[in-house]
Write a protein that binds this ligand. Structure first.
Ligand SMILES: [Zn+2]
Length: 255
């Protein structure tokens, strides 16, 4: 069945109205899903850093534990050497044991110094960890708020969106196939998602450039498809002339 240009224009304009409403719904949540995602990524990054800090602290604590063990070992050796020193047979033996004692004493000093250093590092890491946890909690609060906001918005528009999608399915079936292809192409390139517009107050409803009177007259006739010579959008009608049109073609409610 061949439809007239007027019918084609009506069908494509109807689709545009539905798509514009769907665009508006998506636009309302627009930045939120992205913001939620960004915050989730940021928090995941903090968690990774927190785990790294914790591992570093654990490793310093392990070092301290080992150093304390080695001090105990040195102390045992010192005790042993001191006992041996009581029973030496000559100076050479005495001196050798003295050297061993000095060595173990030095080992203990080095270990104590390392324990102190590790303690300082642990304290610093714990401060870093506290700071990071504070920032993370802050972001988590932001995230919770935004998630709530998003789910509220989605819940509010869910029913409307479903209805519009159902309407859209019906509407698309009435649209000429070739016209639909150009519609999609124009829409993809238009910043405001408008591919089909009315002439309003003598100007294109998409780019607001003036449409010459003769062209407006042609558009009103709906004998052929006319696109805006400035932006390429399909001009579906002239809104100012609406009162002169047949009532059933009235479609000024939106736009
Ligand atoms: Zn235009």
């Amino acid at each position: 069945m061949e439809s007239t240009v007027a019918q084609k224009l009506d069908a494509i304009y109807n689709l545009q109205l539905i798509d514009s409403k769907l665009d508006a719904i998506v636009k309302v949540r627009g930045a939120l899903p992205e913001e939620v995602q960004d915050l989730e990524d940021e928090i995941a990054g903090y968690e990774t850093r927190l785990e790294k800090f914790q591992r570093e602290i654990d490793s310093y604590e392990e070092d301290i534990k080992n150093l304390k063990e080695s001090i105990k070992d040195s102390e045992k050796l010192i005790k042993k050497y001191q006992d041996q020193q009581m029973n030496v047979r000559n100076n050479r033996e005495y001196d050798a044991i003295t050297k061993e004692l000095e060595l173990q004493d030095l080992e203990i000093q080095v270990a104590r110094k390392k324990i102190a250093e590790a303690g300082v590092k642990i304290d610093q890491k714990k401060l870093d960890l506290d700071d990071l946890e504070a920032v993370m909690q802050d972001r988590q609060k932001d995230l919770d708020l935004k998630k709530n906001e998003l789910s509220t918005i989605v819940a509010e528009s869910e029913a409307e969106e479903a209805k519009l999608n159902a309407d859209r399915e019906k509407s698309v079936k009435k649209v000429d196939e070739r016209l639909y292809k150009s519609y999609e192409k124009i829409r993809a390139n238009a910043r405001n998602g408008l591919a089909v517009v009315m002439v309003k107050r003598g100007a294109c409803g998409g780019c607001f450039n003036t449409v010459p009177p003769q062209r407006q007259a042609d558009i009103r006739e709906k004998k052929k498809l006319i696109v805006c010579e400035h932006c390429g959008r399909i001009l579906a009608g002239v809104e100012d002339e609406i009162v002169e049109e047949k009532p059933k073609k009235k479609r000024t409610a939106k736009g």
